[in-house]
Design a protein around this ligand. Structure first.
Ligand code: FAD
Length: 308
């Protein structure tokens, strides 16, 4: 039985493991893929005090740091169900796809999130070669260039406004005939001179020269006409999906978007079960935020243990 078990081995789970282990309590990390989203990232330039690193390098560094401590790392373990303790102070159980199950007095749920993809030819091929998902992360790489933002909800319109201040031209592409973003954001967007808004457009392909993105093809839905935009970057902003499907039958309270709701100490609606990082309602999903949130959740879990 663990004192604290992290589910997820991204920045949040890794930070939580280190903070917990440093308290001398029995600590474990079970993750489907240790490293998390960081493994899919190329350049990382906003992890404060590390001017430049690469995803796989950072993932290896996270693991190395966790391994400095007595932490049981169980990689390639996908959680499929959570059974909370029947009574206060009891043990929570997590069941895995492998058939294994683990028990712990406190849990830190840190299963992260994934960007929704458009699923067109070229998107996967040019990922990190012009196709991006995070304007805070990759916006500066497109300074002075032309980019498209796909998606006219709040995140797409915010991204377009943000990028318009950095890049030469932004083309916002929305599938529906109207943008869905808040009116105040739409108004701001419309006021920017270097933004073009294309509505009623279905993106059909991300084009490239084999090395990098050089354009985007879309179908004008009303006319069925195919059009092409020349550009250097495509930001896909059609949603970030929290990895909480496995919690559906649990009593953990989720937001309408499926994100885990926590209090100021990172505790969920179930006492002794904490959560951190992209899987929660925390705004601005970033590595540095996930690291801080994971640390907070582990301290919250420790606090809970010494009081129960
Ligand atoms: P994640 O990194 O998503 O980790 C989740 C962990 O949980 C993984 O180990 C995963 O395998 C595991 N998991 C998921 N489901 C289960 C399950 N059912 N059972 C067990 N384990 C499970 N942020 C920045 O700050 N700077 C950047 O430059 C940057 N660039 C990015 C580029 C890309 C392409 C992407 C996708 C993201 C980028 N981000 C960047 C965002 C950053 O990666 C995330 O904010 C951060 O990784 C969140 O950490 P996390 O630990 O909460 O979740």
């Amino acid at each position: 039985v663990f004192d604290t078990l992290m589910i997820g081995g991204g920045p949040a789970g890794a930070a939580a493991a280190i903070y917990a282990a440093r308290k001398g309590i029995r600590t474990g990390v079970a993750a489907e893929r240790f490293g998390g989203q960081v493994l899919d990232t190329m350049a990382i330039e906003n992890l404060i005090s590390v001017p430049h690193t690469e995803g796989p390098k950072l993932a290896a560094a996270l693991e190395e740091h966790v391994k400095e401590y007595e932490v049981d790392i169980m990689n390639l373990q996908r959680a499929v169900a959570l059974v909370p303790a029947a009574e206060a102070g009891g043990e929570h159980e997590v069941q895995f796809a492998s058939g294994a199950s683990l028990k712990a007095r406190t849990l830190v749920l840190a299963t992260g999130a994934r960007w929704r993809e458009i699923g067109v030819p070229g998107e996967a091929e040019y990922r990190n070669k012009g196709v991006a998902y995070c304007p805070h992360c990759d916006g500066p790489l497109f300074k002075g260039k032309r980019v498209a933002v796909i998606g006219g909800g709040n995140s797409g319109v915010e991204a377009a406004i943000d990028l318009a201040g950095l890049v030469a031209e932004v083309t916002l592409i929305e599938f529906m005939d109207e943008l869905r973003a808040d009116a105040v954001l739409q108004k701001k967007l419309a006021s920017l001179p270097n933004v073009e808004i294309i509505k009623g457009a279905r993106t059909t392909e991300v084009n490239g020269d084999g090395k990098r993105v050089n354009g985007l093809t879309y179908e004008e839905r009303a006319s069925g006409e195919i059009r092409k935009v020349a550009l250097e970057g495509v930001f896909v902003q059609i949603g970030l999906v929290p990895n909480t499907e496995w919690l559906k039958d649990s009593p953990i309270e989720l937001s309408p978007h499926g994100e885990i709701i926590t209090n100021e100490r990172g505790m969920t609606s179930v006492p002794g079960i904490f959560a951190a990082g992209d899987v929660t309602t925390v705004p601005y999903k970033q590595i540095v935020i996930a690291l801080g949130e994971g640390s907070r959740a582990a301290l919250g879990a420790f606090d809970h243990l010494i009081r129960s």
